[in-house]
Design a protein around this ligand. Sequence first.
Ligand SMILES: [Zn+2]
Length: 295
Amino acid sequence: MRFIGAIISLVFSTAALAANPWEKFAEPATGPASSIGSYANGCLVGGEALPLEGDGYQVIRTSRERYYANPVMVDYLVELAKENKRLGHGDLLIGDMSMARGGRFTSGHASHQTGLDADIWLRIGDKQYSRKAREKLSPYNVVDMKNYKIKAQKWTDEHAKMVELAASDKRVARIFVHPVIKETLCKADWPDGRDWLRKVRPWFGHNYHMHVRLNCPKGDDSCTAQLPPPPGDGCGKELYSWWPKPKTEQEKAKEQEQLLLAKSTTKTKPKKPVYKDNLKLKPLRCQDLINGTLK
Ligand SMILES: [Zn+2]
């Protein structure tokens, strides 16, 4: 019996260790705004909440409280939404930004840690949704994944212009979209120039939203910048390296075998996401933020 008790307490203490310390912060850390560390390993001081609805935008899934960012990002989104609306477009639906003090999400992407990343849905807000409705709204997939083609009935000119507008801003370092979206943008005509295409980078998983990443704000020495994207519009060979390779007969057979195996084994419950950041050493100021010793 004592042995079982020991096991139970061990399980509980491991669960406590695995809890995500960043999720417990309900308020931003006060102080001059600073995006500390790198996009995928850092935190945020002086964060600001984006008002949950505004001129030309609506924040999605507000209960997750991932609507904080560096004030530079808040300004950027507010201005982008206004300009986008001025062009006659529907509302921007804003998904994940950062938590109140940044850090690693328990579920989802590894970046968004310093208040300089934001997801904008590729579903366009055609009306004002209540906050409750926005909890349940589902995103649109604009890519036909089977044929690796854009879904003509989902992707519109408005989407393309929205990406152009978002990427043309000097504050933007990169925008991640699915490779098929990048290809669609590459093939379009851009009378006002196509320099901004350099910042639009192909990345898997971005067929429901585009991910906007801003440069480190000027004078923020704690912020680790990323190398600029390679020169050029990125529309050539590199883009097509993202295309799926045709499968060999051996791979097809293996796939079939795995499919049969999956069918024959009983279904297990999907596991709850676990906070996996404990092994990554955070920048010192971020550790202070967790320990409550930040000066
Ligand atoms: Zn993202």
